[in-house]
Design a protein around this ligand. Sequence first.
Ligand code: SF4
Length: 487
Amino acid sequence: MKPTRRDVLALGGGAVASVFFTPIPWKLLDDASIWTQNWSWIPQPVKGPVEWKESACALCPASCGLRVKMAGGYAVGLSGKDGALCALGYGAHQMNWHPQRLTVVRHNGQPSTWAAAEAAFQKACAEGPVAIVDGRPGRGASQVYRQFAEKTPGALYAVIRTPEEEALRPVAAIAGVPVERLGYDLENTKLVLSLSAPLLEGWGGPQRVQRLWPAMQIIQAEAELSRTGTCAARRVQIKPGSEAMLAMALAHALLDEKLATGPRPAMSLAEAAALAGVELDEVKGLARTLAAQRPSVVISARPEPAVAALNVLLGAVGAEGGIVARNGAPAPAKSMDELPGTLRAALLDSTVPWDRRPAGAQEVFRFAAWRGGDEQGWMLPAPGFLEEATDNPATGARAEALLKPPAGVKTTVAFLGGELPAAQPVESAIVPLTCKLAAWPSAAPNGQDGRTAAWTAAWTPAVLAPLATKLHQESKLMPAGGGRRQA
Ligand code: SF4
């Protein structure tokens, strides 16, 4: 019988279909994968002894302890030393390989040299005034910056305050102590009333908050449901931007029930509760809980004089488990926002986020490990993650560099001609703090008697390294820069 065209097609189709039931295509795929992995131009992971080292994350002021898995001298994995890290921390060792890594000096977006940058900075210092801005005060590097500012005529040293320091500014004003000395004694707190403070989203450092979370009772009062609100023991729904109103209503309720003594807010209990959107009975119940569960403390996401006053009425200021003063804190310094608007130039340390620069600085010298934002002025390549010694300002402990920085990179300390001083352990102890409320604060920081826009508009994002800040904000995991929480 003569084969037909139909037979040939059927045989060919059957042969092709049956190939997939044999090992041939899978073996070819496997061989092709192996072959392409071994092309000479594909980077090969270094083989070498695997060891674990300890360090600290320098991406934000929380300074989380790290366990770093090293292979052949490279960091290949991270885990938290005393608890979990934030999402950014877990992948931070990969940022050194980011294509936006800065390894050459740039001036107004064009490649330049260290010599040109140094000459420009010396000229700016001679013409003055210049400011040195420190994103993480209290480190060995901070001492060098201060000394440089002291010996350079007209130079100023300024810092970026942490969200915790920002929130405590009104307490510092009432107590008459530098805000650097104040802190929340959460380790001894029984109850925290959080007024929209993002406790679980990065406020105060994830390791500390997670460690304390099982023992702390949290009541979260907020307008938008947050992760903290989801996990809190109780959640109170309030109107957007009404944190000060709720604080005033609680102050009235404490005074009415004789659970505290002190001055009253001018606004009545009924009006404050209505503006906060909370029923009177709920306000009274909250006030009783705060008083019964002492030591309790009220935390707000931003500087709120009414919240500071409520803490004074509660007896939380200067008391164990409340807001305490410590010795050993970094020396008081001007905030970057208080610098004069007539600066000739500003030098920004690599811990200053991309979106922060002093108002009015004519020329900016910004140290950064990564590009990714406004490149006006000088961009000076700084060591990246784990590439320089990291000081923990709270303890004075220093983690030495684990990785070698690329060529062309310089620290701010070296640029200023200084040397990192030896690490000095910080002896931190609680010192007595007396605080009396003479009168109820008259206005909220926004000058609207506490009636503010949504709190997200005023939330100060954690101070992170430049690329980290960009990732942090663009990830939309947290509200920042006025943005709203995304699903
Ligand atoms: S919270 Fe800050 S210090 Fe801790 S892992 Fe994240 S970025 Fe690093």
